[in-house]
Design a protein around this ligand. Structure first.
Ligand SMILES: *Cc1c(COP(=O)(O)O)cnc(C)c1O
Length: 403
């Protein structure tokens, strides 16, 4: 509740350095400070903490400012993200909201032109209400950022791969340009699509990496969360200040669910990715235009491979006909029609009708977002079942000749 920095509860657990390989670290949560040696971090379902003295000098006083369950998940995530500090909030958009509060009126943001729909909406709102302008550029061409970098630049916001067109940005090169020319600007990467298992932007030159914890980190579509990791303690303290001031820290129960979910990140992602690679190859063999960085045909296959250890488990493909796409989506039985991704269950959607419908049609056209695009988010079901279900939907829709 205090306003003095750094009022944040500090790490009650061990260091943030990784000692083992990722899959080991992600399942190994340090809970060595637990008074009862609980194997699982308990849920501290309390708003307040009693103090021992009149000056209230305890590590925790009020759960908006800090809660032990939240601290544990934050420390654990800092370790796996390679962050100096990690913070968890109530949604991925909440994470971006916290980050954009580092921008003052009159300063500018540079961002990609194929952004998550909600990100677009927040940036549009900031332009209208806060006098914070965003320049949208094609971040697949690193040099296109150069004309926009100025002393007004405060944030450079990247997604790689983008969603749903799966375009890749060169995080190291863009970070280098920004840091050379704008020492006050921060490079921010939305790493939701990859998760820290496959890509760690802070190791590639970014200053802040954030995730929708609703997706792969939690993995079961049973909570909403946002995760922010910062390279320096100073930026971490600024972000913490905003979270405490605005009250968007993740609740104890959701912190616990996130910590529970993240332990299986590597095993889930390995399975989801392997199945996605099979499905991408199958669709390409049938003659569809498939967007997936694991395919040799992806124009930025090598750039992606230089930054990430795998292509992930989301792909999109074009059928050439909106009606056919609708019939495929509706004909799939095992694949749920749903926005979002990162769940253990497989999902299918038409981005222009669902997740990206908030982007006006003319802007979708400008950004060459095909109306017939289908996005597949591959889960952990048996891949043979997923392929058989997809195949029957392709036949019913008329995309492939009926059997
Ligand atoms: C889902 C998503 C977000 C927003 O996260 P929420 O948890 O839904 O608020 C931001 N960026 C990307 C890439 C996403 O997929």
């Amino acid at each position: 509740m205090t306003d003095i920095l750094p009022a944040s509860p500090t790490a009650s657990v061990a260091s943030t350095t990784r000692k083992y390989r990722f899959a080991t670290e992600v399942v190994t949560v340090d809970n060595s400070d637990d008074p009862h040696n609980a194997a699982s971090v308990p849920i501290y379902q309390t708003a307040t903490f009693k103090q021992k003295t009149a000056t209230g000098s305890g590590e925790y006083d009020y759960s908006r400012s800090g809660n032990p369950t939240r601290t544990h998940v934050e420390n654990h995530l800092a370790k796996i993200m390679g962050a100096e500090r990690a913070l968890v909030v109530t949604s991925g958009m909440g994470a971006l909201d916290v980050i954009t509060r580092l921008v003052s009126a009159g300063e500018e943001i540079i961002a990609g032109d194929d952004l998550y729909g909600g990100t677009n909406r927040l940036l549009t709102f900031l332009a209208k209400s806060q006098n914070v302008k965003t320049h949208h550029i094609d971040t697949t061409k690193s040099d296109s950022i150069l004309p926009y970098l100025s002393d007004k630049t405060r944030l450079v916001l990247l997604e790689s791969p983008t969603n749903p067109l799966i375009k890749i940005s060169d995080i190291p090169t863009i970070s280098k340009y920004v840091h050379e020319r704008c020492p006050n600007a921060l490079v921010v990467v939305d790493n939701t699509m990859m998760s820290p298992y496959l890509q760690r932007p802070l190791e590639l030159g970014a200053d802040i990496s954030y995730h929708s914890g609703t997706k792969y980190l939690s993995g079961h579509h049973d909570l909403m969360a946002g995760v922010i990791g910062s390279k320096t303690a100073a930026v971490g303290d600024e972000l913490y200040y905003v979270i405490n001031a605005t009250g968007c820290g993740l609740s104890p129960f959701d912190s616990w669910l996130l910590l529970r979910g993240v332990k299986t990140l590597a095993v889930r992602m390995d399975k989801q990715q392997a199945s996605c690679i099979r499905i991408a190859n199958y669709l390409e063999d049938q003659g569809f235009k498939v967007h997936f960085p694991g395919l040799r045909s992806h124009p930025q296959h090598d750039l992606h491979a230089s930054m990430a250890s795998g292509p992930g488990a989301v792909l999109s493909f074009e059928t050439g006909d909106t009606g056919i796409s609708e019939r495929i989506v509706e004909g799939a039985k095992l694949w749920s029609i749903s926005v979002s991704f990162g769940c253990v269950n497989s999902l299918i959607s038409m981005p222009c009708r669902m997740s990206h419908a908030s982007i006006p049609a003319h802007v979708r056209a400008e950004r060459s977002l095909p109306e017939d695009l289908i996005r597949l988010c591959v889960g952990i079901e048996d891949v043979e079942d997923l392929l058989e279900d997809l195949e029957q939907a392709l036949h019913i829709s008329g995309a492939l000749p009926s059997k």
